[in-house]
Design a protein around this ligand. Structure first.
Ligand code: FE2
Length: 543
């Protein structure tokens, strides 16, 4: 038996005892019964779209106070934090003026330094780190289309941080001098301490996105998990003007899926009040692909965000992992090779083997398009990815999977290979951040709403649509009722908070946007309970 095997077994024994105690405390103690996954699988529940609400809203204009640049050229703006490791944080920001036009001249990143001063007392910065700076361009070699080149994007890693501790910092270039105002953040707590993780997806930059973010800030998270489709800058022509809910419908003559890159800068400003004090961890969605000249894709996403790929042994920014407050997070790329023979799969397997569940009992995975989804939109779109990767994640006991892409909320019963299984992860879709494409309301099991074979083509990878081989939908592509693996679904904008209570209990609450205006109101809520007695599968792998 290896040391790691022994460790996992000890974890199992402790956790089984804790599960039993906590179930008793919860059910007997609180008065208000919050269901636990131990009581599942649950009968499927559907809340249809409330016709009193609007299905969508327009994007905020570029001159909106939350989007427009309100600092001088080299003053740091769009400040954002990202976790590098439990003791290190990335600080990113932008200086200089982006340009858009037929001819643009890239800025020289070496002209402005990248410094962060930080310390544990306001106004006293005992530590200083320097980092890297870069620019990117978005070039469209088509007549009449405008090109873009970014401001200077800075990334600095600060280290030596203690858990659960406040740090004050400034960023910028002290030689100009152009240093930012003081900002403050708190590092994530030690494992075993209450840890609040906000989860959002498909956010965009509309008035609904504003409600989502303001509501999320009220809920005071210690980090933000952003599950892809960030700005929706690709709902625009390069000339800007007005974004459209459907690009191909509004602009059928566009020679390429254009973007209006200044939307990214507006989004960075819009997010700064949150991201300058709470780390945000991102994974790419289809709206980040943004093809341009020379078949270059994902340029804005890749340049703007620092992610701990190198720190986690990944050679790609599209997939990486990190530890935060008792959780090991795995972020997977759905728009790069996910096959069992590819580099991502090899990295994932190696990463899973290294997890010490005494340190990070929780294992949370995230990628953009959901594998389990009963809405018509994106139904079975990423079946090929599921077929390649699901068994590996299952064997290592992934607890929760967060995805977006579908613009609605759905929580699954524990499931593996479309079969209810207490060892399977809890899959949750939260692609309901509020973007311009509007909320999804149709279910694949609604009469006449089962997608046809040509619908829901993935932007990457093949098509692996399947008919179910067992259960009430045997032989069919769609169910005639809400599938048994779908526990709760509701069409509304919102965000989620995962509150990691201890090594076995986490409280998941979905906060609908309309609940922002009511006291103690929220949507779906459940305790997700780890059951380490089912560790045996992962033990076989580790031993
Ligand atoms: Fe998407």
């Amino acid at each position: 038996m290896t040391g790691l095997t022994q460790a996992v077994m000890e974890d199992c024994k402790v956790c089984v005892a804790l599960v039993m105690i906590l179930v008793a405390v919860d059910v007997v103690g609180s008065g208000v019964h919050i269901p636990t996954t131990l009581e599942g699988p649950f009968e499927p529940v559907t809340w249809s779209f409330d016709p009193m609400l609007r299905r969508g809203s327009d994007d905020l204009p570029m001159d909106h106070p939350r989007l427009k640049k309100n600092v001088t050229s080299n003053f740091p703006e769009q400040i954002a934090l990202a976790i590098s490791s439990p003791t290190a944080m990335w600080v990113s920001w932008v200086t200089g003026n982006a340009q858009i036009g037929l001819n643009v001249t890239p800025l020289d990143p070496s002209t402005v330094a990248s410094e962060v001063w930080y310390g544990m007392e306001s106004g006293k910065y005992s530590m200083k780190r320097t980092g890297v700076s870069m620019i990117y361009s978005q070039l469209y070699p088509f007549e009449g289309l405008l090109n873009y080149t970014s401001g200077i994007i800075h990334h600095v890693k600060i280290d030596g941080l203690k858990p659960g501790t406040k740090y004050y910092y400034k960023c910028g270039d002290s030689s100009i001098p152009e240093m930012s105002e003081e900002h403050v953040f708190k590092t994530l707590p030690l494992p075993g301490t209450n840890n609040r993780i906000a989860v959002i997806g498909d956010l965009g930059l509309t008035s609904n996105s504003t409600t989502t973010i303001d509501h999320l800030i009220q809920n005071d998270p210690s980090m933000v998990l952003m599950v892809g489709d960030l700005t929706y800058a690709n709902q625009y022509r390069t000339t800007g003007w007005k974004g459209a809910p459907c690009f191909s419908c509004a602009f059928p003559d566009a020679p390429i899926r254009e973007t209006f890159q200044p939307r990214w800068d507006g989004w960075g400003r819009f997010m700064e009040p949150l991201t300058s004090r709470v780390p945000m961890m991102v994974v790419e969605g289809n709206h980040e692909i943004e093809p341009q000249a020379a078949e270059i894709t994902f340029k804005s996403y890749q340049t703007r965000f620092a992610v701990p790929s190198e720190e986690s042994g990944s050679n790609s920014n599209f997939y990486y992992s990190f530890d935060a407050g008792g959780v090991h997070f795995i972020m997977l790329g759905a728009y790069v090779n996910y096959n069992t023979t590819g580099a991502q799969y090899a990295w994932l397997e190696a990463d899973l083997q290294k997890i010490d569940r005494r340190v990070t009992p929780w294992l949370v995975a995230s990628w953009h398009p959901p594998w389990y989804n009963s809405y018509s939109s994106h139904y079975q779109e990423f079946e090929c990815m599921r077929l390649q990767m699901e068994a590996l994640l299952y064997r290592y006991g992934v607890d929760i999977v967060f995805s977006g892409h579908v613009h609605a909320y759905e929580r699954m019963n524990r499931v593996y290979n479309y079969t209810m299984d207490p060892r399977g992860p809890v899959y949750i879709t939260v692609g309901d951040g509020g973007n311009i494409e509007k909320v999804d309301v149709d279910h694949a099991d609604d009469p006449g709403k089962c997608p046809s074979a040509g619908d829901n083509m993935p932007e990457y990878g093949g098509v692996c649509h399947l008919n179910f081989t067992s259960g009430p939908a045997k032989g069919k592509f769609c169910w005639d009722r809400q599938p048994e693996w779908s526990a709760y679904r509701e069409s509304s904008f919102g965000h989620g908070i995962l509150e990691v209570v201890n090594s076995t209990y986490a409280l998941w609450t979905w906060h609908r946007n309309q609940d922002k205006y009511k006291e103690n109101s929220h949507g779906d809520q459940i305790y997700i309970v780890r059951q380490p007695q089912y560790c045996s599968a992962s033990l076989k792998i580790i031993a």
